[in-house]
Design a binder for this molecule. Structure first.
Ligand SMILES: [Zn+2]
Length: 318
């Protein structure tokens, strides 16, 4: 077997920096918008939601350009690498295979990633609306009745609850002039405390609310979520590129890459051989791969002969 080195898959991280920075600044701007509102009013709510929507819409073209450029690039790199490897292991090219399928895969993953982005933006708007709902509840002191229906993380619910409950307790207080009196906190004081709580929680802007596969809703900062999602989809599309090439070259077996520090969820995949069709008597079907977001693992085509050669080589070296 020819021993030429495969073109390596370039790391995806550096390509995601621009996206990450863009969403970090979007996040900051949204934070400034919502925190500029001190007391609830329908007018303020409308104004801010419109601003946030406009801001997010303004980035649609950049998002689309990002998805188009990066999905294609990631796909092509994995595809080229797989083709080299398939030639190395002596796979047989199916001349009837239609290369238009490559383009279809690229389009599919571009649309998937762009769709992910759009849905995430909807959750941002949802969170902004939630902010105003909470602010309204707090302003009207009606929170007990309806907070239980809110889906915001418990930090906010409990925090608002605590502030309002404690604020309602009549305590000894002292005026600036030094006169003692007994009173509960005013609405203004309570609103101010709630605003501080929001600033602390939303200041970090875990604005994206995603229902994960395990059924748990998680909140993410916009910048880190967009980066993670792009990276995950790009890896998925690279896996798909290898599948497409293997189909073209009538090859069924693939090996998962080996890393120095595989995570727990990848332990079952690390360095193992899988069958793409699931029809192989010895090797299991490759399913649910990459197994988790941000996964660094990828697959390379292999074959029974290649595996045998590698084993012999290893036993000689031992
Ligand atoms: Zn992994």
């Amino acid at each position: 077997m020819k021993k030429t080195k495969l073109p390596s898959l370039p790391p995806l991280k550096p390509r995601l920096r621009g996206l990450e920075a863009r969403y970090a600044s979007i996040q900051e701007e949204i934070g400034e918008h919502i925190l500029s509102v001190h007391t609830y009013s329908d007018k303020a709510k409308k104004r801010i939601i419109t601003r946030v929507k406009t801001l997010l819409d303004e980035h649609k073209l950049k998002d689309l350009a990002f998805c188009e450029e990066n999905v294609k690039k990631a796909y092509d790199e994995a595809s080229t690498r797989a083709e080299e490897r398939l030639k190395q292991i002596g796979a047989t090219l199916d001349y009837t295979y239609k290369e238009i399928e490559f383009q279809e895969s690229i389009e599919k993953y571009t649309a998937l990633l762009y769709g992910d982005f759009q849905r995430a933006k909807e959750t941002i708007i949802g969170q902004v609306k939630l902010y105003f709902r909470l602010l309204k509840e707090a302003t009207e002191k009606k929170r007990k009745a309806s907070l239980q229906f809110l889906d915001k993380s418990e930090i906010i619910e409990e925090g608002v609850d605590r502030i309002v409950t404690e604020g309602a307790v009549v305590r000894e207080r002292v005026t600036k002039a030094g006169h003692k009196y007994y009173a509960a906190k005013s609405r203004g004081e309570i609103s101010k405390e709630i605003k501080l709580l929001f600033e602390k929680t939303f200041g970090k802007l875990d604005f994206i609310a995603i229902d994960c596969k395990d059924g748990i809703r998680r909140h993410y900062q916009a910048s880190s979520w967009f980066k993670m999602q792009a990276r995950t989809r790009m890896r998925e599309c690279q896996t798909h590129a290898v599948r497409d090439r293997c189909k073209q070259w009538q090859n069924d077996l693939v090996r998962v890459s080996s890393h120095d520090n595989p995570c727990k969820r990848c332990a079952d995949f690390e360095g193992e051989v899988f069958s793409l069709s699931g029809d192989h008597p010895k090797y299991p079907v490759l399913d649910n791969f990459p197994p988790h977001p941000n996964c660094e693992h990828h697959i390379d085509p292999t074959s029974e002969v290649a595996i045998q050669v590698e084993e012999e080589y290893r036993s000689l070296a031992a």
